[in-house]
Design a protein around this ligand. Sequence first.
Ligand code: KG4
Ligand code: ZN
Length: 373
Amino acid sequence: MDKDDWSFGESWRVEPSDPTWTGTQTAIKEQRVEEWDDETLVLGIETSCDETSASVVRGGRDILSNVIASQTELHGEYGGIVPEVAARAHVEALTPAIREALVRADATFWDLDAVAVTLGPGLIGSLLVGVAEAKAIASVLDIPFVGVNHLEAHIYSNFLGNYSAKWPAVVLVISGGHTMLVHARGHGDYEILGGTLDDAAGEAFDKVARFLGLDYPGGPEIDRLSLLGNPDAVRFPRSMVGEPGFDVSYSGLKTSVTNYVRRLEYEGNEINVADVAASFQQAVVDIEVAKTLAAVDHTMVDTLFLCGGVAANSGLRTGLEKACLDRSITLHVPPIELCTDNAAMVASCGTALLRRGIYTSLDAAPDPNLPLK
Ligand code: KG4
Ligand code: ZN
């Protein structure tokens, strides 16, 4: 549907705050999406992986609340995410999270202008929980429902509370499920320049951490331990760095770490886990900084967005900050709590979609492999 064909004129919602409201009437909200002002309130819902999150965002940029119920303790004993456990935990946590998000935002359901939810990619059982609840809320309130791509939502974490973030930009999306470099020319105008050929960076962090006997999730553990270790202690390979293109690969690096540790064990030598963690992290940082700078050069943009769970990594943040400073590139890095999965970024992305007249049918099904387009 063309965006001009759709307006809120068709949409009805109850207004219990209206003194003439008797409990049976409805009122028309006539404001068109294109004219949404900074007061627009969107409820975001995120359940694609192991974080249950609900958030109320005003005008696509101001976070009124961002409730995140993490399942890390539940999955910790298994050393990784168990999809069935994740889906069941979302069922329990989502409704209280939404209630809490509304309370913290000092809002009611009737203040909401739309509901945005992650439609994919992610774990199908987990996605279904959020999508079903978002559809129920949207249909009861008769407000627009918008399904959001999780990767696009990560990109929008750069716009939350940050009015200086502007397109076009190169975006490094680096998380537990994905690692890719994107040339983002504007809202919805994305070109994927390259990505991982095997593990996502976060996945490599988690697997190496598990091998080193650290807790789940491994990324923050390696990050913490790296501060105590020497990043130059072991020179692990920086695969594909000298090669053209923007793809990366982590399987060789992972194997090098395990081979190194096993060799020391075999030789009866003591292993300095902090040095191994710091050296591994430094290899990841060097690979990502090199490929990201190459992408910036290639696209000739002067803005870089960093996002995704691994964007919380202190080494990566420092490495990119330094590299960008040296080259006069404007770097935007979301605060740590917006790097990992959260519903505020979903609400922000959903608001941008709705402003362009894009919304989702209530028939839409979640897609575990939803591509970024
Ligand atoms: O974006 P996210 O919350 O979920 C996905 O969409 O995948 O990312 C989770 C990933 C996990 O692999 C976790 O280990 C990693 O982000 N991560 C980190 C750090 N914090 C989270 N990796 C390295 N350093 C960190 N500080
Ligand atoms: Zn994510």
